[in-house]
Write a protein that binds this ligand. Sequence first.
Ligand code: APR
Length: 233
Amino acid sequence: MAAPRSIVILTGAGISAESGIDTFRSAGGLWEQHRVEDVATPEGFARNPDLVLNFYDMRRAALAAVEPNPAHRALARLEREFAGELLLITQNVDDLHERGGSGQVLHMHGELKSALCQSCETRSPWHGTMIERPPCPVCRAPTLRPDVVWFGEMPYQMGRIYQALETCDLFVSIGTSGAVYPAAGFVQEARAAGSRTLELNLEPSEGSRMFHETRLGPASVVVPEWVDEVLGS
Ligand code: APR
């Protein structure tokens, strides 16, 4: 098998599971603890902003208690040592890729440590809470919301993502259930453009049959093994 020249990686909640962050759809996961309609839609935010702001304030605060795991660190090593092109796309809103050492991370669903002003639409780094309605750092309006892409909203940088899927020769999906579009459709886009496709996941996902190859196991094991393979050591 020829060495890849250009790799696109998509990660999901599964890559952060071993760091202690709940996934969404596992037993006891976030979507069993909270109703999606209440905390992850613009309509839910309009209905009960306190519930939503509190939900993301708690998740943001919880980041202080978790650490990146060997899967995050292995992808950071790949960024440092891979001679070809690499685009790391994550559906995750946590900051564990960056804390694991990755410098270039495309957060297609936004970030917990970012605030979006509903008045001036500026995105600002944010580490504190929003429940007390703090002023926007730019326009001072008390209209900040979590900078997270909710259901029914357009993910970030879709043009750049589709361009990379058109030209890569290897697409790798890590720790995602393939339940949510447009991310769940990336494997088909990449395949249609002639790319090889690889899935690394704890268990078969909804999209497994669309991949050329699936390797099952915890991310902290299968991701470093795969990175060693790509880097030849
Ligand atoms: N290692 C590898 N994979 C794992 C691990 C692990 N330790 N633990 C769980 N997984 C896998 C599960 O088997 C599952 O396929 O990670 C996947 C997690 O799936 P979801 O909980 O559905 O999370 P994700 O695919 O990231 O969700 C997509 O849905 O709720 C929205 O916007 C939210 O970005 C999120 C999107």
